[in-house]
Every structure is written in C-alpha cells, then in structure tokens.
Design a protein. Structure first.
Length: 365
C-alpha cells in the first residue's frame, strides 16, 4: 500500500498528524484599530486609549500633598526635639522645599559614600536649632499645622483648645510661620491677632518684630502723649525691645518737659494801653485763659493737642475784659516771636525724630 492510499484509509485524526505543516504561511496579524474612521466621507477621531491617556487621567486628580516622598526634618527648641514632614509643606514653602531637597540629596550621597556627613535637620542627632524659640510654642504651632491639614478652621481650633493663647504666643507663632515660609499659616495667625483692634503699643511691637509698618496714622502721638495708666498698654509696651522702649521713653520725656516749659512760661500781659484801665483785670484773665487753653490741656491731654495755641489765641482775641492793646501784644508774641515759635515747633521735631527711629527699625536697619 502506498503512502497516499494509507493516508486516504486513515482516520481523520491520523491524517492530521501525518500531513506536514506548511511553515511558509504567515501567522494571522493582530487587528489594528485605526486612529480615525471614515464615515460618510468625514474623518472622525477615535480616542486611542493608551498608557499616556491613563497617566493624564491620574494627573487630572493630582494632589501636591502626595507628590513627594515623605521626609522628616528635625528641629530643636530648648531641650525638645520636633520632626516636621517636609513633603507636606514643600509645595507652599520654598524654605522647606529647599531643606527637603537638601536632605534628600544628602541621603543619596550617603548611600554612595558613608563618609559623607549628614546635613543639618536630617537626623534627630543633628537637628536644626531654633534659637530663641520656646519649645512649648513649637508644640502649639505644630498642633495647629496638624489640625489645619484636617480642614478645620483656625477659629474652630481655638474654640476646641483648652488653653487660651496669649498675644505673645500668637506673635511667636507668626514669627515661626515666617521663619518656615508658611504664608497661609501666618495669615491665619494674623487674623487671630486682629491688630486694628489692639493697642498702639502692640502695633508698634508687631511693626518692629516683623519689620513692616502696622501703625495707624495717630499711633505715635498716642504713644507719646497718652499717660501709661492703661494696664493693657503697659503690658504691650513691656514686650518692646530695650532699644525701642528707650527711644519711646525719651520722646515722652522730651514732650512732657517741653510742654511743662510752655505751661510755666506765662506770657505777661504788658500795660501797653494808652487809655486808663484796670490792668490787673487783663493779667488775671490772661492767666485764666492760659491755664484753660494751654497749661491744663498740654499736661493732661491724652492726645497730641498742638491746636491748643490756636485755641488760646482765639480766646484772647475775643475776650473783651482784656484791653485791646494787651490782646494785640500777646497775639503778636505767640505768632511772630521767634522764641515762642521754637517752643511750639519743638514738639513736632521730637515726633519726627521718633518716627524716623521707628521707620528705621521697621525697615530692618
């Protein structure tokens, strides 16, 4: 029986096994989905779902909070150690971002060569020392950062906090937020500080502390002229540095000395009349008006009252019990005499000098 006859008489399964396969037939090609489809002569885009598209989908819900590998920075205040996850705040603070990158690069370098020393802040044994910062203050500041990440408002945080934060502690937290470049945290603490509702002394303290002018237009006058009988004002003044407090005190003393000199230098009403009159009446009335419009306001007012001279001149000019010649002489003395001009103008000179000192301090000079 020849081979062909054998194959013809074999069962189909045997035939399939014995028939040689033709390797020249190429395997079927995978179906290629075109990027465009032609319908009615129009080219219609068909989305090509690829890995790149999936990546774009991920980036559309991208959250910078999870963009960086978690990495702690270590800090020390007093004898306490604190760690801060730099990856959570690097997107807001360039300072913390730079520290994050510095520590990360340092650790990579240490992996390659263990002789490379660690950078400051990378380990608890080599923490960044926060000079002049109280450890308890850092504790409170970090507590706020944690609660802020839970989307709880600052006011809610304050309302749920057992201990009341003092003004000095809030100012300290603002300073720490600035040190770390956390502008949003600084803004929240400034809201709590409510500077417009505080004393001029506290606004001066904040201006010097943060080197930015938060003073209202009349704050310097109030600080110089107002008696220190306000407990809150005295407490806020005690927060000032020695240099600022000394300059403020010198300005206050100079103003009060100058006012006392004016009050004590009674302008004598000369007997300049050519007509017969009781000159004693002129002197008594001038003394009365001087005490009423000059001495008492200058020594007791709680505001700068340079207009007291104008008030006195107007009163003298309209007082009929003073002879006209005496009135004219007094008004001429107070408005035209160089000695009197120097006395009155000295008050503004002192204020300008004091303001110049404060401006230099708030500008960091």
């Amino acid at each position: 029986m020849n081979n062909e006859a054998y194959l013809d008489s074999s069962p189909p399964a045997i035939q399939e096994m014995l028939i040689p396969k033709d390797d020249s037939v190429p395997p079927a090609s995978p179906t290629v989905v075109p990027s465009k489809e032609v319908r009615s002569g129009l080219e219609i885009d068909i989305p090509d779902v690829t890995m790149a598209e999936a990546e774009r989908s991920v980036h559309s819900t991208f959250n910078p909070l999870y963009a960086l590998m978690p990495l702690d920075g270590w800090f020390q205040a007093d004898d306490k150690l604190f760690n801060l996850d730099l990856s959570r705040y690097a997107h807001e603070s360039q300072i913390l971002k730079d520290l994050y990158n510095q520590i990360l690069q340092n650790r990579e370098a240490i992996k390659r060569d263990r002789r490379v020393p660690p950078v400051k802040g990378s380990f608890p044994t080599d923490a960044i020392v926060l000079d002049g910062v109280d450890g308890k203050l850092v504790d409170r500041f970090l507590d706020f950062l944690k609660i802020q990440r839970r989307v709880i408002s600052f006011l809610e945080w304050i309302s749920t906090t057992v201990e009341v934060y003092t003004t000095e502690e809030i100012v300290g937290c603002i300073s720490l937020a600035r040190r770390w470049g956390l502008a949003s945290v600084e803004e929240e603490f400034f809201k709590k500080l409510a500077l417009p509702n505080q004393t001029p002394a506290l606004r001066l303290y904040a201006s010097v502390r943060f080197q930015k002018n938060y003073l209202d237009p009349h704050d310097l006058r109030r600080l110089v002229f107002t008696p220190l009988n306000d407990l809150k004002q005295r407490q806020d003044l005690s927060s000032l540095s020695y240099k600022v407090y000394r300059e403020l005190t010198l300005a206050r003393d100079a103003i009060m000395t100058q006012r006392a000199n004016i009050a004590a230098t009674f302008p004598t009403a000369p007997d300049a009349c050519t007509t017969v009159h009781n000159h004693d009446t002129c002197e008594i009335m001038v003394d009365h008006l001087w005490q009423l419009h000059i001495a008492t306001p200058l020594l007791t007012t709680t505001e700068g009252a340079l207009e007291s001279r104008e008030s006195f001149i107007n009163a003298v000019s309209s007082e009929d019990t003073i002879a006209q010649e005496c009135r004219d002489h007094l008004v001429s003395d107070l408005t035209e005499n160089a000695d009197w001009e120097k006395r009155w103008n000295k008050e503004d000179v002192i204020l300008r000098a004091f303001k110049g000192i404060i401006d230099k301090l708030t500008q960091g000079h």
